[in-house]
Design a protein around this ligand. Sequence first.
Ligand SMILES: [Zn+2]
Length: 144
Amino acid sequence: MNEASYDPDQRRGVVRLLRSHGITPTAQRIKIATVLLARPQHLSADQVLALTNATGKPVSKATIYNTLALFTRHRLIQELTVDASRAFYDSTTHSHAHFYNPETQELSDIPDGQLEISLPDTLPEGTEIDRVEVVIHLRTTNNT
Ligand SMILES: [Zn+2]
């Protein structure tokens, strides 16, 4: 996290973004959102915790988890669960697919247009599609 991340223009932008998602901008929420939205990225809660606490007054782990849940509920970020024990928070919220490599624990975007999905014509009655989550799990090929 560099100093430039806390410039007043960026802070105003983050405050506006939080408000536009119906989130009250507290100091801690602004700090966490600034870390998350610095660039398109996929971070675990622990990474968000470490980056948030790299500067300034420390934020507790519970606050990080509660804030990530709040941001996800208000669709400021997207939560992706890649296995039972691992969730990532994605600063890109438009629908896109991912590669996940469990060996490196790295989640990355599949470029738009590289994956075609056909959706069912009919859905269970009284429902609509909320979102489509595609994660392609990778493993290292053994070429040696
Ligand atoms: Zn992504």
